[in-house]
Design a protein. Structure first.
Length: 83
């Protein structure tokens, strides 16, 4: 999995690939959630089978210019909250 150079959540773009901790491709970033005034990263909404899911900021292990790696494996990602 190639997520490119590490970047801030501010540089993360919709369409970036989302991967599980075990390397499975889960879908693509739909939205980056943050509180810019407090400089807090809240998480991402991503779309892929079985639908749109929310990953909390604590569930995001790495952010790169091309993608995101979550702290959860593919099986656990299916249980993430629907969005």
């Amino acid at each position: 999995m190639d997520i490119g150079e590490r970047v801030s959540h501010y540089a993360l773009e919709p369409g970036a690939t989302v991967y599980s901790s075990d390397g499975e491709e889960l879908g693509t970033v739909e939205q980056v959630l943050s509180d810019e005034e407090m400089d807090v990263f809240d998480g991402i909404v991503f779309d892929g089978p079985p639908g749109r899911r929310f990953a909390d900021g604590e569930q995001v292990a790495e952010i790169g210019e091309l993608g995101v790696v979550l702290t959860v494996d593919a099986a656990s990602a299916e249980a993430l909250p629907e969005r």
